[in-house]
Design a protein around this ligand. Structure first.
Ligand code: ZN
Length: 273
């Protein structure tokens, strides 16, 4: 594994445009439970899962009831906003922020909604599934800080008059177009992608590494020809193999905790052997 850590450091140092994709595996090390893991929120509470599936439709039909549920006024379980607010970034988050400060990492695209990358100091973060710290207007697409919103009267309203929703992307809700387009642009232009703590099975997020690997699909005489982009290096840091490993999308996997591996990659960058 030591060899792979060294190889990743070397690949990063040689890259021109590296980006990182991160998922729940990074946040669990900060004490935030995932949804579908062995102790995941939905694995242990099927009712919470059923409610989560209905949440977007609930907002559309009854924004007030949606907010009452979001604020736990109906006694809902799951990870509360307060719990997430109290979570702290772990060494993996700080390592990615450091890679950005070194000028190596150009952007982090995350599935996580906890805002821990920004708290660790990462500047360019695309929150693919939104953020618990932000409210979003589905009507005029503006975003605002949740801290500054008054939630005494529900639902909160946007300046344009529409009801505000949490920025978090719920089931059946489309990914905000601006974030999706920018993420796709980053995935297409990068020459190195560091995939950290995500099994890459939730779509369309899971398309991003595939988009980097197979940037264009051309149809020639009814045959689907996939242009292989050999110049991109896709490195996984995860507890175990993922579909990206099995399908040959990634070049190699460094097995372990992101909170341990990523800081060691940074060490090698500072002290190359
Ligand atoms: Zn608005």
């Amino acid at each position: 594994m030591e060899d792979l850590v060294r190889r990743a450091a070397r690949d990063l140092a040689e890259s021109k445009y590296a980006i990182a994709l991160t998922g729940a595996g990074m946040s669990t090390e900060s004490g935030i439970p995932d949804f579908r893991g062995p102790k995941g929120i939905w694995t242990t509470d099927k009712q919470a899962e059923a409610k989560a599936y209905q949440r977007y439709e609930l907002f559309l039909s009854n924004p007030r009831a949606y907010w009452e549920e979001m604020l736990g006024l109906g006694g809902t379980s799951g990870t509360s906003y307060e719990e997430i607010r109290q979570a702290r970034p772990n060494p993996g988050h700080y390592a990615l922020a450091e890679l950005e400060a070194l000028g190596i990492l150009k952007c982090v695209i995350t599935q996580n909604i906890d805002g821990l990358h920004k708290r660790a100091g990462s500047k360019r973060v695309l929150e693919y599934h939104g953020s618990v710290h932000v409210l979003r207007c589905l009507s005029c697409c503006s975003r605002s800080a949740r801290e500054e919103a008054s939630l005494t009267e529900l639902p909160p309203h946007c300046q344009c008059g529409a009801a505000l929703k949490s920025d978090v992307v719920h089931f059946k809700e489309p990914i905000p177009l601006d974030v999706m387009r920018e993420s796709e642009r980053e995935a297409s232009r990068c020459d190195l992608m560091l995939v950290c703590g995500t099994s890459a099975v939730v779509y369309p997020f899971a398309d991003l590494p595939r988009m980097a690997r197979f940037p264009s699909r051309r149809s020639v005489a009814n045959l689907d020809v996939i242009a292989h982009k050999a110049s991109v290096e896709i490195i996984e840091v995860d507890a175990g193999p993922t579909p990206l490993t099995h399908e040959g999308v990634s070049d190699y996997l460094i097995r372990g905790k992101t909170g341990e591996i990523l800081p060691r990659i940074c060490e090698f960058l500072h002290h190359p052997l």
